[in-house]
Design a protein around this ligand. Sequence first.
Ligand SMILES: Cc1ncc(COP(=O)(O)O)c(C=O)c1O
Length: 460
Amino acid sequence: MTKKTWQKPTINQHQAGITNKHGGTHLKTFDSEIDGVAYKDLINQYGSPLFILSEKTLRNNARNLIRAFKSRYPKVIHGWSYKTNYLGAVCNVLHDEGSWAEVVSEFEYQKARSLGIPGKYIIFNGPHKERPILEQAVEEGAKIHIDHLDELYLLEQIAKEKQKTVPVTMRLNFNTGYTEPWSRFGFNIESGQALDVAKRIGTSEHLNLNGLHSHIGTFVLDPQAYAVQIQIMCNFMEAVEIQTGTTIESIDIGGGFGSRNSLQGTYLPPEQVVPTFDQYAEIICSALLQATESREANGKERPLLILESGRSVVDDAEVLASSVVANKRMPDGRKAVVMDAGVNLMFTSFWYNHNVRPIRQLSGIPEDVVLYGPLCMNIDVMRHHISLPPVNVGDVLVFGPVGAYNNTQWMQFIEYRPNVVMVRESGEVNLVRAAEDLSVMIAQERLPKDLQNTFKVDNA
Ligand SMILES: Cc1ncc(COP(=O)(O)O)c(C=O)c1O
């Protein structure tokens, strides 16, 4: 039997937020690999920090989402919410699985087109669409969602100039009683505004209202909220159809399903609080089947159900590996670890307590640690509290899930953005976004002639 190594005893002051009698945070184990590829090898080849995507998880999530819904309501499509993660490789894995593109700006529209998505498979959302991109979207038959009256007038003008009748979807907002209504987007149902707008579209020679859309919030943990959303939207659909004579062909319920991440302030782990796709689907599809029951009897088709799920599809398909830069002791006795990745790369540190795992078995007594990023800014905290055994400079910690909203909301601030790789189902590893360097950072700058080489030693 080998003798255990002696560990110096430590006395730790009890602090709120760390391990306590209710459980709290603790590091269960370590993960040395992702989909069979060693983190160590990935870091050696692509550097640290490093974003790592799992193609397998991404595809499984997309398949599970569609299976859960299609097995209960056959007319379903998924519009991939580009803003969640618009890396080309991510989008194209999802397009390969049959997802359409859901975009909210000129840039995202053009990105979808550049990835080969025909306009008619693009759902064009968002409050800011200027004339040129709207003209293109009309020309290419995109599914345009109207957000406000000025957009409606502009679209009508464009349709008139092109002598077309453009099918449109209205974005709606209303109170389900479950989430804070996102009233700044679309038209409000309760005030009567939405019905007035539907009637206005009904009188237009150049617009045809054939879709309804709403997005009731984000990280919606009670699927019942969607049942209420469906009920409200279907009641509105009926009213619109009766009063304008139009036929609504699609109901788009936006995104908002929770991912396997721990929202700050949530006590239970995500496995216990976040519904599965099947749980969401069961309630949503039952509500939709019930609300549209009379349609078939009246000779009308049930509407196409559109899902715009973002985070629930991509979040757990990506991790961020980051290396320890330094250990510190704070004046209050707390231990701090400085990492080479911070909020510049992991914007979602502001909302989540990400799971953190070392890539080797750590030994020693766990201590409450604060994990700082590399930025020379006080806000740069990756985890305020985590119980962690001693780590050495160069040790790698893996943060996850990070697939949603980090590769789009990351900041070019102080540091270069690192490589992003995808571990393919084949086991191959592909670089899907190259690390930035100085040439990337200054590529868009233009230095006036008289501001070039201004420093002279004599001036200093
Ligand atoms: C219109 C719309 N669709 C889809 C999404 C994606 O939401 P989530 O990532 O929560 O699924 C959002 C996010 O804000 C949204 O505003």
